[in-house]
Design a protein around this ligand. Structure first.
Ligand code: A3P
Length: 283
């Protein structure tokens, strides 16, 4: 694609764009529908680029009681929509699973019985982070893509995972009043990770020592997680920064033009006024 192109490789299914996972429709319709949830499963649910790896490491340490980083390779194998039940079912409990699907595809049993953590991040930062994700991962074929080309795609919900507001609103409305659910903000993790680690532990009904939580927070800092993690050469382009790019808030300010910011604000104000739950997040 040329520099302003907004074309990257996706597949269309059920009226939406999805990543090119082989066998995706079967995984959505069969594997997720037949998924056998366990009460000690923890799910990390979100629109991508909202702290999936971060929360996955934190939760994995908390539920196992072991303060060690498990590496992203294991996380990649924890999406039922990407790998299917055959890979996930044999995993020993307690499992920490991930999903980016909308609630209509999420296993009903898990909604009732498992622990659900929904992570949200400011949509302007999500857009920027996702732009680098698209450029960096080989199979999107978006190496030369430019921010100007991607911006309208995000705003109009034309990329994979659909529209950020719809996704967020539909999840928050399903999780509202669900005592098995915790909503975490990326910005709060960034502001005081130690405090959030303890809050997550309480939600997961884990009882650890202060020293254990200190160690979890230390290992899950951005620098610690980035250290030694070269992007997987099979997925990421060599020059890409992989899943640990900058790890900051408000990076959007380095990308949005004044006009883009105004357009974004206008569109979000209009759409958010009809939302009940997303507005409360305070973005
Ligand atoms: P940036 O691209 O803005 O750097 P996901 O895991 O959902 O794909 O999200 C990836 C984003 O979370 C990236 O954002 C990444 O840098 C950030 N991230 C991952 N681990 C982090 C950590 N320990 N601290 C802060 N940000 C982190």
């Amino acid at each position: 694609p040329d520099a302003d192109s907004n074309e990257f490789t996706l597949i269309e299914y059920a009226g939406r764009n999805w990543p090119v996972f082989p066998g995706l429709s079967q995984r959505l319709e069969e594997d997720l529908a037949q998924f056998k949830a366990r009460p000690d499963d923890t799910w990390i649910i979100n629109w991508p680029k909202s702290g999936t790896h971060w929360c996955w490491e934190i939760c994995s340490m908390l539920v196992s009681g072991k303060a060690e980083l498990l590496q992203q390779s294991k996380l990649t194998a924890m999406y039922p929509e990407a790998v299917g039940n055959a890979e996930i079912e044999p995993m020993p409990s307690p499992r920490v699973l991930n999903t980016h699907v909308t609630p209509d595809y999420f296993p009903k049993e898990a909604l009732e019985n498992s622990k659900l953590i929904f992570t949200v991040r400011h949509p302007k930062d999500v857009a920027v982070s996702y732009f680098y994700h698209l450029k960096g991962i080989k199979f999107y074929q978006y190496e030369t893509g430019a921010w100007a080309g991607y911006f309208p795609v995000f705003l109009e919900g034309r990329g994979e995972n659909g529209d950020w507001i719809n996704h967020t609103e539909s999840w928050l409305s399903v999780l509202d009043d669900n005592s098995n659910a915790l909503v975490l903000k990326f910005e709060d993790l960034k502001k005081d990770l130690r405090k959030e680690v303890q809050r997550i532990a309480e939600f997961l009904e884990v009882s650890g020592t202060d020293e254990f939580y200190d160690e979890v927070a230390r290992l899950c800092s951005f620098d610690s997680m980035k250290e030694g993690k070269t992007p997987g050469p099979d997925i990421w382009r060599q020059e890409a920064s992989g899943f640990f790019r900058k790890g900051i808030t408000e990076d959007w300010k380095h990308h949005f033009t004044v006009a883009q910011n105004e357009e974004f604000n206008r569109r979000y104000r209009e759409t958010l006024k009809d939302t009940i739950h997303t507005k409360k997040i305070g973005y």
